[in-house]
Design a binder for this molecule. Structure first.
Ligand code: ADP
Length: 426
């Protein structure tokens, strides 16, 4: 790779962990070298990259805390020389009337002294489209997609202008599909008109990647962008960058291979079932067995089982279960307690596996990923090649060449993800 200094262009703040990876992946695919940091770093940026994504866990915490963390991230990114700031949230606009998308957007605008920004969760590659300000998830409106029943951020209105207006004091407007279809000049004209009307935040329609690529040039120089991960595909070109293999280059992979799965989503259940059909070794962790201080003993048993098998190829350790079984465990232990017990055990398994020489690790589940990355003391990830939409291989520098790791959010990935992931690693 060239030794020329790349120079930081884009500073990103993501409100959750796998969402940060999703954004980083889209930037890499469009030509940027990217690192993701776990929380706001305490030291200056050591890597030479075009973009940094600071991964926070601020989606559902109190708004005041989300603002404080986001402003900390902003300060750090500015100190590293970021030229444009990107606030990334979920492509289903996960939020409540209290926030946190509106309040964080407002606080970032105030801190940056900017009077206008956009807001669009559109991510056509994953079926999230915005039309006349209404957000669709697949073929249905957001509020008919299941998101209306989300335990923490129920989305009962698909009209993003209304949803955003309920969360912010700034006036919210719309740049609709007709304007977007006409491209950069028309979008600029619409932005000027909205500004003249006193609009501070504009929801933007986008139903295809072509829309996002038309939007990109119109965002050049805008100090703050707020969006899902989709808008990212149109940004690297503003900095003269084109898709390239170099953007996703990682150090060569070596060492043993393993999968740790704590996601109970439909897709992950299918992936676990598929892995078992390949005849590779798989060990289930039963949450009930972790009770009464038995967690450490179970982890030791799992590691003793895995140790002699690893030399022959990947092993799978999973707590993944069907909804009925999960409900039963939750009724017995409580939802939060069950989650924490399992996350803690799987994180200890991940640490133990790395101790046994695993250097290529697949982790399934958003919360599970957070727990594993923490247990592995990972502070920074270089983003590599995509395995499936939203899921890239990453490399965490460290002892013995560091670890290659991929963090798969619950419903992402094809059925054979747990085997094909290793084949996708150079
Ligand atoms: P996803 O990305 O699919 O939402 P997460 O890892 O974010 O996956 O969330 C899954 C949650 O379910 C975690 O808190 C995990 O510890 C918990 N969990 C995993 N397996 C079980 C199980 N068998 N019973 C109950 N809870 C479980």
């Amino acid at each position: 790779m060239s030794t020329l200094k790349l120079g930081l262009k884009l500073g990103c703040i993501a409100d959750d962990f796998t969402g940060a990876t999703d954004l980083a992946n889209n930037l890499v695919r469009s030509g940027m070298r990217v690192v993701q940091t776990i929380g706001v770093p305490t030291a200056p940026l050591a890597a030479d990259v075009h973009a940094v994504v600071v991964a926070l866990k601020s989606r559902t915490i109190p708004a005041a805390e989300a603002i404080a963390q986001s402003l900390d991230a902003l300060k750090w990114l500015q100190a590293q020389g970021a030229q444009q700031i990107y606030f990334k949230y979920c492509s289903t606009f996960d939020s409540t009337p209290e926030g946190n998308i509106g309040p964080v957007t407002e606080a970032l605008m105030d801190a940056l002294g900017c009077d206008f920004t956009i807001a669009t969760p559109a991510f056509p590659d994953n079926g999230r489209t915005v039309f006349k300000g209404y957000l669709f998830a697949g073929n249905v409106l957001l509020n008919e997609s299941g998101m209306q029943n989300h335990p923490l951020t129920p989305m009962t209105d698909a009209n993003l202008v209304r949803v955003m207006q309920a969360q912010t004091k700034r006036k919210v407007g719309l740049i609709d599909y007709k304007t977007v279809a006409q491209g950069e000049a028309a979008i600029h004209e619409r932005i000027s008109a909205l500004r003249a009307e006193g609009v501070g935040v504009a929801v933007v329609d986008a139903t295809s990647n072509e829309d996002l690529l038309r939007l990109g040039p119109a965002l050049k120089g805008m100090p703050l962008l707020t969006a899902g991960s989709g808008v990212a595909i149109g940004l690297p070109a503003n900095f003269g960058l084109k898709p390239s293999l170099q953007a996703s280059q990682l150090p060569a992979a070596s060492g043993l291979q393993a999968v740790v799965s704590g996601s109970c989503s439909v897709a992950t259940n299918a992936q676990v079932a598929h892995f078992k059909t390949t005849g590779r070794p798989a060990m289930a962790i039963n949450p009930a067995a972790l009770m009464n201080g038995q967690s450490d003993a179970v982890v030791q048993q799992v590691l003793a089982w895995a140790a002699p098998l690893l030399k022959d190829g990947p092993v799978l350790v999973y707590s993944t279960a069907e909804p009925e079984a999960v409900k039963q465990v939750q009724a017995q232990l409580g939802v939060a307690e069950a989650g924490a017990l399992v996350e803690h055990a799987l994180a200890a398994v991940a640490r133990g596996l790395v101790g046994l020489g695993v250097r290529q690790l697949v982790v399934a589940g958003g919360e599970t990923s957070g727990a594993c990355v923490q247990a592995l003391d990972i502070a920074q990830l270089q983003i590599g090649p995509q395995i499936d939409p939203g899921v890239p291989w990453c490399h965490a520098p460290g002892k013995n060449g560091g670890v290659h790791i991929t963090l798969k959010s619950g419903n992402f990935g094809t059925e054979d993800f747990f085997t094909k992931a290793f084949a996708a690693l150079p």
